[in-house]
Design a protein around this ligand. Structure first.
Ligand SMILES: [Mg+2]
Ligand SMILES: [Zn+2]
Length: 266
């Protein structure tokens, strides 16, 4: 669907001179993709003994990670971990190797790339980290679970949306987000689609969106992480094969090299 024929009838003129008509659209996961850790693990390290009690760990249900994250933030608040401690721990999470260079590269080609974050973390963690690292301006949108601090200082998480995808956790299907975003942007761009879509991720919930990608598109899967492992398995069978190019990455430099070659094709 990314490469649908142009809409019928005369092309519509763009209504705004500021309309961004980048050739490429690039989605980034956050935890363990942009940043080098899972932000939930980072904040658990703020606990006096740096671990969750077994009753809480045992309450995790497969496919209900969002609900589990909410229990973690509630427990942290109960244990006296303050909002400031939480935010400063999130700010200090290191980016993955080569990611800052990749963002510099993307910034230097900002007329070509439209960047979006799509993550099962939450608004406060992601905005805090991006602002602290002066990267917020690079992203046109951040799709993630809404969050806010309540009066007791607890970080409350809300599900991003509801959807009908049987493969994804209740609170988020990244493919649904990607579909919707691409459709809205094409409309805003007067029917002009993106030449290529890129998706960078590491986790099992990064597989579903790559099913919507076409042969011009590329899924960057962090090598030996669940997304990569699952996609390698899927490539074995015609029925589950991904149409997009699948490119494993270890550092941001791998992604930058690949994009550099695409830029030369022009
Ligand atoms: Mg991730
Ligand atoms: Zn899905």
């Amino acid at each position: 669907f990314f490469h649908a024929p142009p809409p019928e009838g005369p092309p519509k003129m763009s209504s705004s001179s500021t309309t961004n008509n980048s050739r490429f659209l690039m989605f980034f996961d956050f935890d363990e993709t942009i940043i080098s850790e899972n932000s939930d693990n980072t904040v658990v390290n703020l606990l006096p003994n740096q671990q969750l009690p077994s009753w809480l760990l045992d309450s995790y249900r497969e496919g209900h990670y969002h609900e589990f994250s909410g229990k973690i933030t509630a427990y942290l608040a109960d244990q006296g971990v303050t909002k400031d401690a939480l935010l400063s721990a999130v700010q200090k999470i290191p980016p993955n190797p080569g990611m800052l260079d990749l963002f510099r590269f993307l910034q230097s080609h900002q007329q070509d790339f439209e960047l979006v974050v799509v993550s099962d973390a939450n608004t406060i963690f992601i905005e805090t980290w991006l602002e602290h690292n002066r990267l917020g301006h690079l992203f046109r949108r951040v799709f993630t679970n809404p969050s806010h601090f309540d009066d007791s200082g607890r970080l409350v998480l809300h599900p991003f949306h509801s959807h009908s995808c049987p493969r994804c956790p209740d609170n988020m299907c990244k493919q649904a987000i990607l579909h919707e975003y691409v459709a809205v942007r094409e409309k805003e761009r007067g029917g002009v689609g993106f030449q290529r879509v890129f998706y960078v991720g590491d986790g099992s919930n990064d597989v579903c969106p790559t099913r919507a990608l076409g042969p011009q598109d590329t899924a960057f899967a962090r090598r030996d992480y669940p997304m990569h492992t699952l996609m390698m398995e899927m490539q074995q069978s015609e029925s589950t094969k991904i149409k997009a190019n699948v490119v494993p990455w270890v550092t941001g430099a791998d992604i930058e090299d690949y994009l550099g070659n695409i830029m030369k094709e022009r």
